[in-house]
Design a protein around this ligand. Structure first.
Ligand code: ATR
Length: 282
């Protein structure tokens, strides 16, 4: 029996065990995926334990995606660029870090929304870890412009600087720039894709990120929130003729990429999607 798992704090609401165990069962593999709730002071022991116990691989979730890095033996290119790790694989006696979050989002855009970010103008709300992974990945994919719109302007500017510095060599056409939320209207008129990477929308009482009447049928509106599957933002976007994408695809594709890294098998994504939809609706 091979062990996989996820570390984070808290971990109780994670859908990853259901996702991976559904895939494992469907494929008849000799694996099990377990949730491990790890306290901050135990993080070094937990990551060391992956090697010590011969655990094949783990996901890393909030709040440890950056904290785990010093305990790894190496990282792949996107984890290095993003500066965060959501997947660790035990390769021989070495722990290697990967980041599949940005690529998961990109796959969801391509497969679920049937869109391409190449040459597109993107507005990204939020400046946390998810924003960083998505911004780096869509920049690598050839987005023409990325506007980071964040509640705390300084944090948005810091992320913009980080992206520009990291990607200077790769994408000379990219213009990442921070923007005040209030000065958005002209950006919205030009934008093709708008992405919410904040937790706004998880509660129905949340104040909207921006006026919904800025949305038109030229937009693809993406929300990385998947609880609920249809946020106010997506509902209002639909009403205005925009194309919409919820956060379930990103969750599934980041998982399927991790699954492939650990097991070498393709995740049966439609089987997994059905199971997760049922769980989210219950
Ligand atoms: P993660 O690493 O999962 O992306 P995070 O680091 O907590 O999460 O980042 C959350 C982002 O959502 C932050 O950019 C935060 O804005 P601030 O930098 O101003 O804190 C943004 N965010 C969270 N709640 C928000 C709200 N109610 N309105 C606007 N932005 C919000």
């Amino acid at each position: 029996m091979n062990i996989l798992g996820i570390i984070g704090y808290p971990i109780g609401h994670s859908l990853s065990p259901l996702m991976h165990n559904t895939a494992i069962k469907h494929l008849g593999l000799d694996y099990i995926y377990l949730p491990f709730e790890v306290k901050k002071e135990d993080i070094a022991l937990a990551v060391g334990g992956v090697k010590g116990l011969g655990i094949k691989g783990i996901n890393v979730t909030i709040p440890y995606k950056e904290t785990v890095i010093p305990y790894l033996d190496g990282m792949d290119e996107s984890a290095g660029l993003i500066g965060a790790v959501n997947t660790i694989k035990l390769e021989g006696d070495k722990l290697k870090g990967y980041n599949t979050d940005g690529m998961g989002f990109l796959q969801s855009i391509k497969i679920d929304a049937q869109e391409d970010v190449k040459g597109k103008k993107v507005i990204l709300f939020g400046a946390g870890g998810a924003a960083r992974a998505i911004a780096i990945q869509i920049a690598l994919e050839g987005a023409e412009e990325i506007i980071i719109a964040n509640r705390t302007i300084e944090k948005g500017e810091k992320l913009t600087e980080y992206i520009n510095k990291k990607l200077k060599a790769q994408s000379s056409k990219l213009k990442a720039q921070s923007s005040k939320l209030k000065a958005q209207i002209e950006y919205f008129r030009k934008a093709d894709i708008i992405v919410n990477t904040t937790s706004v929308g998880m509660k129905s009482s949340d104040t909207p990120l921006f006026p919904y009447n800025y949305i038109s049928d030229r937009h693809l509106i993406c929300d990385i929130v998947y609880r609920p599957l249809e946020t106010d933002l997506l509902r209002e976007a639909s009403k205005r003729g925009a194309k919409i994408l919820n956060g379930l695809g990103m969750l599934i594709y980041q998982g399927s990429l991790s699954f492939k890294i650990w097991t070498g098998y393709e995740m049966p994504v439609e089987v997994v999607r059905k199971t997760l939809m049922e769980e989210l609706k219950s």
